[in-house]
Design a protein around this ligand. Structure first.
Ligand code: FES
Length: 333
């Protein structure tokens, strides 16, 4: 049985069967919705339900905050329609892609650090881009193909944005970075997007958890100057091997900037040859075991969907973390 979905913000209708999620139906009909983990964790896809009934698939993880639920947001990546529905993107931070015109940026810096490229893109003096720390941009690859990357700094007008791109031999953008893209080349970007941003009204302690280049949006938050000096900051950065901890000078800078800054690097695949004296295993387990109670923390987690799902489950069930205090941004790669 099928139902009609009217996406009011895009003025578009499409049909959704009861055996597919609303996000799957949107993709089938080429309706562009934001998507991230497709597992109910990152909240990137959230829509506001205006009329009609939805139901979540059995066993779905749904990481919406209490406020979002009260405001009738739902996650189309895990929800099926049980009637005709009307919904809207209606995001607080403008997750609807069409409202961002693309703009040209010039490559002014490119450096490979282990398996990661650090790239800086110069904004034009006419740029209206004012991202909040933690947001991301889309980089156009041609043929309407885009790749999303978190912004690792807080750009000023007529400044630059910094992206951290993991090199993968089959990665569309990273392969171009390695072989084709040179300094002074022009790229096209859109954004900023996303609501993985600091809750500046909170005075709770802060726990940041990143795997790999999930460090990028956290770096933007930590260097934004928007964290109060009386907040304790715990940063757990997970990598497979020591070379993947690619920005240690930034860590040293933070250690001198914040009095109560506690950094724990965690390697998941340290070998004997690494002579690694530090923590090993999964980054979320290490944070859970060392901190214990997270009742008075805001948690910001960025990395693989599996890490984020596991962190959300363990922190909220075993560490007394209220779900509303868990913020996440999941990505693949
Ligand atoms: S894509 Fe729906 S919650 Fe991540």
């Amino acid at each position: 049985m099928g139902h009609n979905i009217f996406l009011e913000s895009h003025s578009v209708n499409f049909a959704a069967r009861e055996d597919q999620t609303i996000l799957e139906a949107a993709q089938q009909h080429h309706v562009g919705l934001q998507k991230g983990c497709v597992a109910g964790v990152c909240r990137v896809c959230k829509l506001k339900l205006i009329a009609g009934d939805i139901e979540y698939r059995a066993g779905a993880t749904v990481c919406l905050t209490e406020r979002e639920v009260n405001e009738h947001y739902f996650l189309p990546c895990c929800a099926v329609a049980r009637s005709d529905i009307i919904c809207s993107t209606g995001s607080t931070y403008g997750a609807a892609a069409p409202q961002h015109p693309k703009e040209g940026v010039v490559v002014i810096f490119k450096e490979r650090r282990g398996s990661v490229f650090v790239v800086r893109l110069k904004l034009s003096r006419y740029s209206r881009m004012e991202p909040m720390p933690g947001q991301y941009v889309e980089v156009e690859m041609g043929d309407k193909v885009c790749r999303s990357f978190s912004i690792a700094n807080v750009p000023q007008r007529d400044g630059f944005i910094e992206l951290h791109v993991r090199y993968r031999p089959d990665g569309v953008f990273s392969e171009r970075l390695k072989e084709v893209i040179e300094l002074n080349d022009v790229l096209w970007i859109k954004g900023p997007y996303g609501d993985f941003v600091l809750d500046e009204s909170s005075n709770r302690h802060l726990l940041f958890i990143a795997t790999g280049t999930g460090m990028a949006p956290i770096q933007a938050m930590l260097t934004s100057g928007r964290i109060r000096c009386d907040q304790a900051i715990h940063l757990y950065w997970g990598a497979t091997c020591a070379q993947d901890l690619y920005f240690m000078e930034m860590i040293r800078d933070l250690q001198s900037r914040y009095e109560r800054f506690y950094f724990t690097p965690v390697l998941s695949r340290a070998t004997v040859d690494d002579h690694w004296p530090g923590a090993t295993g999964y980054v979320q387990h290490c944070a859970k075991n060392r901190i214990g109670c997270l009742k008075n923390f805001d948690v910001y987690a960025c990395g693989s969907p599996l890490m984020i799902q596991d962190a959300f489950r363990e922190f909220t069930t075993l560490c007394h973390l209220p779900p509303v205090q868990f913020h996440s941004d999941a990505f693949y790669g």
